[in-house]
Design a protein around this ligand. Sequence first.
Ligand SMILES: [Zn+2]
Length: 572
Amino acid sequence: MDTLQVQQAYWWTTTGQTFLQAQVATTATDDPDVEITVSWRTADGTTGSFPLYRFEDSGEYQYHYALPQPVPNRPVQLTATSSLGGVSRAITPTLWPNASPPPLPAGYQKDFIDAYLTPVDIQARIKRLARQYRDLVDVIDLPNKTQGYRRNAVGYLGDPAVAALVVESVRFGDQNMNGVQVRTVDPGRTNRPLTVGYRDRVLTVSLATDTAGKTVSTTDEVAAAINARQPDRFRATVEDGSAGLPMPVAGPTRLDDGLQGTEVPARPWTVQALRLGVHRDGSRVGVLAYSQEHAREWATPLVTLEFAERMLANARTDPATRELLEQVDIFVIPMVNPDGANYSFNDFNFQRKNLVNHCTRAARDPKNRTSWGVDINRNYTVGSYFDGYVGASANCLSGTYAGTAELSEAESGNVIALAQDHPNIKFAMNVHSYGGYFMWPPGAYRADGRVTLPRPSIDESTLFLNSARRIVGAIAQERGTVTWPSQTGPVADVLYSAAGNSADQLYYELGIFAWDFEVGNDRWNPATNQWEGVGFQPPFDEAHGESQEYAGGLVEMVRVARDHAAAEAAAG
Ligand SMILES: [Zn+2]
């Protein structure tokens, strides 16, 4: 018989429906067939049960759990039983999150978000906030300019279905290389060598001929000749499957960067942070909120910008907000990854990474154009792929490509530079979407033995959890969205290992209490009795709702920081 331990048993009521969620561990960790059932009883005597599911991660048993289950009213008793005969102690489920922020005062101003915002829109809004609230705002230009919304101009020379080269410009397309032409020609004479010439924006490769005047150059020879003769202008690779084939007479092909956005400036981008507060001199505890490391997560800058504007607008009318800005120094980076965001809005809405293409050889084939880039939130230095941690990739085409080295990217360097330059920052929130998670370190483990980064101390774990409950309560204040207890906890426990993520670096290297939101909680559908995911770019109404509720969560994080600073000051 196995022994069962109820690790979590929480209930809550939202929009008239009560939910129960439980997490139970069995000592029969290696038995994949053990079934665990939870039985519950409510205050009015109704009973029921539901099955739990075994959760394994990295090949190791973690616990059994189920999605939140609807129950008719407040559950007062819960027992777990196992197919091996184990029976848990009877538990009284506890209320989740059981923390409420102060009610919003009359006249509290909110709802500053009317539409999804592109990087150009965000830049304009930062400028407007700085102008409108001059006494409370600094705009900080972060030190590393990004590549910009730019790509090399590229084209196929030949027919990829038969034999072709991929020819690209060494400079970006906007640097006078879009529209440059490339061709191969038959010299029309016998015994000619392979030659390469560039004139009037046309790259001409004259193919070698034999004694009969037939062209004899191969794809590999032509690629090598272009690379040898025009290394400053062009890079040629043999298209996958075309190696060793005769190079056809082809072109002219016009090279193009393929970028569709017409309103985006084609130059390196300066990522900006807003600094909000009455005393922006490092004398007050600092809080950092940053969003859109991942380009496609369009709702995330709406959250941080709504938060920033709430603090500023209400500072003039609400004494409690004014007091927060007296006590706390707030930093906001609404958009860490502008180039990827521009690409997501204009070219490929599912873009996650930045626009820097570190691929070599065949992986540079433009058929891979939507897979290039570095995952900014895998490019940091703590618990990184390069240190052997799980959840990032060395493959330049992977969605979680870690880059060429730790902090190889401008975008990740900017986040760390801001935190390093302002050592008063003690709390941080990395805003992602979607799924409704609230997480903290450790965020990564090694595959061998699933050894996580060191666990926070008991005191720090308590601070993480108690603060999380306050912030989850504040999120719920807006429209009743309750982040599940099963999705509140260390990243490595509730989601997956994310090697080289930013929150781990802020926590382990800089001593910042660093959380991650995944905004966009699943919605309960009472018609189907199922939870439904909302996606990265939900209809704007949903994104708007996320911006409002999670901005409330960030305001609560400011209160957490204020209270923490006050407690530390009182302790001397
Ligand atoms: Zn993300």
